[in-house]
Design a protein around this ligand. Structure first.
Ligand SMILES: [Zn+2]
Length: 463
């Protein structure tokens, strides 16, 4: 599987289906198929509890059935097993030890999906339980039945936990229908090479599908580090990164996401959620970033900083400041790990309004030109050795790395860099700064050279 782009294979047609539904309670297999076909589904797996359903369709309906069942233990763990290896499945219906069954499935052409992790009673899989079952190909990130039971149908927070811990695991949406009202609430769209059960199974196993409760993706495409996702019936699309952090958001049906512009703290993977009318959503599988790109062009974030007291001069009239000026009541601060390199100004100034100087001192090993990349939320003026080099007065939350860039020529030796940040009553919360080798430099040196942090000199404080 190509986890940097599970949608790489663009041949085939999108087929709608559900791998988790039950017969019984008044729904015979024939009736289930009739109900799903009536809602535009192309395929189904009738997954009864501990019983392999080998129902065959009569006539030439074109509807596809995959074989499988829902395995469950006496203490409540549930998982779906889907496969064409009927003897292996039949044997598993007799075993009540999940670890044993999972061990049998490892390496076999079986799709193992851990079901409804957020069903509360009986309690289902904890994050650690899910981590502990590595042979499962996927988890249900949405199970429609839980809307009718205790807990939550959505389990994307557990998915993000697994993905952030490096577990490559697919997300599934299912109805888990036990009676007619449950039919047609959540499904997967699979890009299958042919309209056969085997082609659907192969496409699902390769991850070429997405989950939906009503939104349809028209485009899911990756080119290099840029991913484009479009859904004509979406009102909003989010790009979600590691630990569930929202990296980007558009209030329309099309998003273009570039890994290269993302903070390295959250960009191990990105997945997309589209929101449509009412509660309708759709979820792509994750795209792992793969090989880090162009990182040699960037220095680490500058880690040593000093914050001043608040100054009441408006940003538009603010002058440069010196780190040696004791009247500014400088204090040393450490940068945050999340987001990486963040100098948190509001930790000192809370929701007070004014301008805070954020200063550092660097040494440059040789003369040259570097791009200063400044992340910030509040408006800023940036000074290098007392000279203004940049002004971006508008506040944009949150602070993202590299929002404002400027090329600066620096001679060998020490330099002072000071940003004046408007705190905007606590909405301007901080900055992050790193250097970049200018884009005009085509061939990167084998060992890039950057300005480096100097120990900050002692300032005699007024306190
Ligand atoms: Zn079920």
């Amino acid at each position: 599987m190509n986890w940097t782009n599970l949608y790489e294979n663009t041949r085939g047609t999108w087929l709608k289906g559900n791998l988790h539904t039950h017969s019984g309670e008044g729904m015979t297999p024939e009736e289930i198929v009739r109900r799903y076909a009536g809602k535009g589904y192309d395929f189904l797996c009738i997954s009864d509890h501990m019983k392999l359903n080998t129902h065959r369709l009569s006539g030439k309906s074109g509807f596809l059935l995959l074989h499988g069942f829902e395995w469950n233990s006496k203490v409540g763990e549930h998982m779906n097993l889907v496969s064409f290896r009927k003897p292996l499945l039949a044997r598993s219906t007799k075993c009540h030890d999940q670890k044993q069954v999972l061990a049998w499935m490892a390496g076999e052409p079986v799709l193992v999906i851990l079901n409804h992790p957020n069903w509360q009673e009986p309690p289902h899989y904890s994050r650690e339980d899910l981590m502990d079952r590595p042979s499962a190909a996927g988890i249900e990130i949405y199970n429609g039945l839980i809307d009718f039971l205790s807990g939550t149908s959505l389990a994307t927070e557990k998915w993000d936990y697994l993905l952030s811990r490096g577990r490559k695991v697919l997300g599934f949406a299912s109805d888990d229908a036990h009676s007619p009202p449950h039919v047609g609430n959540a499904w997967i769209m699979v890009r299958a090479a042919a309209r056969t059960p085997g082609a659907v199974f192969k496409a699902v196993r390769s991850g070429n599908f997405y989950c939906s409760t009503g939104v349809t993706f028209d485009v899911i495409r990756r080119q290099g580090q840029v991913i484009t996702v479009a859904a004509r019936n979406a009102r909003e699309i989010w790009a979600v990164g590691e630990w569930g952090v929202r990296l980007d958001r558009v209030r329309c049906g099309r998003i273009v996401f570039d890994f290269a512009t993302m903070s390295s703290a959250y960009r191990k993977y990105v997945r997309f959620v589209a929101f449509g009318k009412g509660a309708a959503q759709a979820w792509t599988q994750p795209f792992f970033m793969g090989e880090p790109i162009d990182d040699k062009r960037f220095s680490p974030f500058v880690g040593k900083w000093r914050l001043s007291r608040l100054v009441t001069t408006p940003l538009s009239q603010i002058k440069a400041a010196k780190l040696s000026d004791p009247s500014l009541d400088w204090t040393d601060v450490r940068t945050d790990a999340v987001p990486e390199g963040f100098v948190n100004v509001s930790r000192r100034h809370g929701s007070n309004d004014g301008v805070c100087y954020v200063g550092t001192s660097v040494t440059v090993p040789r003369d040259g030109v570097w791009t200063v990349c400044l992340g910030h939320d509040g408006g800023v003026r940036l000074f290098v050795d007392g000279r203004q080099v940049l002004e971006t007065p508008k506040r944009v939350n949150p602070a993202v790395p590299d929002r404002s860039k400027v090329n600066v020529r620096l001679s060998r030796g020490g330099h002072e860099i000071v940003a004046a940040l408007k705190t905007d009553s606590g909405m301007g919360q901080g900055i992050m700064l790193r250097f970049m080798i200018p884009v005009s430099v085509r061939k990167l040196p084998r060992v890039p050279v950057f300005p480096e942090s100097l120990p900050l000199c002692r300032v005699s404080s007024r306190r």
